[in-house]
Design a protein around this ligand. Structure first.
Ligand SMILES: *Cc1c(COP(=O)(O)O)cnc(C)c1O
Length: 370
């Protein structure tokens, strides 16, 4: 059975609502009114497209990335605001590149400090000293702090004043005592320092306002996705930026006892209609999504039925379904928060939005055209 909509059918598509992005940035500024905002656009803007995000987040004061290539891509696309490498540079040869392109760096270890001390640079590089306040992933230990500050101050390749940062390990756990301890340690170590300070990413700025300090570093909440397991971003006044859709490419009838797809993981308990949707793990939709994972079809939530394959997934549309080939299913975004999908899959919204593959068509909605 064919209908006209088949003529217009597209494959998986991620629509990026740039007005929602701007709205979220304003909401961040409302919630952290005394802080500058470093918009984190690493990993291709959490899968949303780092250059488009940076261009539309004009009101951000700076951008944060994880790799020097990510910073250079922003510069090549005309982004002139400050950019910080959140983990610093990985080799001494990067230092002239940072200098030439006006890219700031974190310093978290002895190797980076030595590279700075030995370099011959015409212009000093802006440095954020990263302190390990309790996450124990990166950063100088409290007992190393004074020595690092002293050597960085002495180093002619380091611009002054220094800046100071740290990162939370459990800011999304509102009852964890660790965050409070991290805040106290960071504040007491940096007490009296002249430079700006930064502690909070999304969870910190939302749940621990006392951690907002001079700069907040929001990533995930900028994209309208919650950093918390217990609360969707929409409930906190944020709008999802990405909506992931794919068309129904078949609507099929199955009889009681028939099972569907690889591994026969789902068996019909009643006669029903199965929708086949043109998205799979080749597009970045996780293969680990179990039966029951929600998908939105024509305004109603329907459960995943059977294993996700490379190019398709299957849902139980129900016996009375009127859905047609060509109808667009929403995998997450508007009206189906990615947080809820992630919960079913046993992961976080961060991973889902970041992992889409290049096969997904990106559509940027500016709101300027209908
Ligand atoms: C990724 C990252 C952020 C942003 O984290 P979100 O939880 O996405 O807000 C902030 N700071 C550092 C150091 C990061 O690596």
């Amino acid at each position: 059975m064919m209908n006209n909509s088949m003529n217009y059918m597209k494959a998986a598509k991620a629509s990026i609502d740039l007005q929602a992005l701007q709205y979220n940035l304003q909401r961040i500024k409302q919630q952290a009114p005394s802080s500058k905002v470093m918009a984190v656009v690493k990993a291709n803007g959490y899968g949303h497209g780092s250059c488009q995000v940076a261009r539309y987040a004009q009101d951000a004061d700076a951008f944060g990335v994880a790799r020097i290539q990510e910073a250079l891509q922003l510069r090549a696309n005309g982004i002139v605001k400050p950019i910080l490498l959140l983990e610093g540079f990985y080799s001494a040869g990067d230092l002239p590149v940072l200098m030439t392109n006006n890219i700031q760096t974190v310093v978290h270890c002895e190797e980076q400090l030595q590279a700075l001390e030995r370099a011959q640079l015409d212009t000093p590089v802006s440095v954020w000293l990263k302190i390990d306040s309790g996450m124990h992933r990166l950063g100088v230990r409290p007992e190393q702090y004074a020595e690092f500050v002293e050597r960085l101050h002495r180093c002619p390749n380091v611009a002054k004043p220094l800046r100071y940062m740290s990162h939370f390990g459990c800011a999304d756990e509102l009852n964890s005592p660790i965050t409070r301890q991290q805040i106290e340690l960071f504040l007491s170590l940096t007490d009296g320092c002249k430079g700006e300070r930064s502690l909070a990413a999304s969870a910190g700025l939302l749940a621990w306002p006392e951690s907002q300090l001079d700069w907040v570093r929001p990533g995930i909440i900028l994209y309208g996705v919650s950093p918390f397991a217990h609360q969707d971003a929409q409930a906190m006044g944020y709008r999802p930026v990405m909506t992931l859709t794919a068309p129904l490419i078949a609507v099929r009838e199955v009889k009681v006892g028939e099972s569907i797809g690889y591994g026969a993981l789902w068996t019909a308990q009643r006669e029903t209609k199965i929708g086949v949707i043109a998205i799979g793990y080749g597009d970045g939709y996780p293969r680990t999504a179990p039966n029951g994972t929600p998908v939105l079809v024509n305004g109603r939530i329907v459960p995943m039925a059977g294993r996700v394959s490379m190019d398709m997934l299957t849902v139980d549309l129900g016996p009375e379904a009127q859905d047609n080939v060509g109808d667009e299913a929403i995998l997450w975004g508007q009206d189906l928060p990615v947080e809820r999908v992630a919960e079913h899959i046993g992961t976080v919204g961060y991973e889902l939005v970041t992992k889409l593959t290049s096969r997904v068509e990106m559509h940027y909605l500016t709101g300027e055209i209908g």
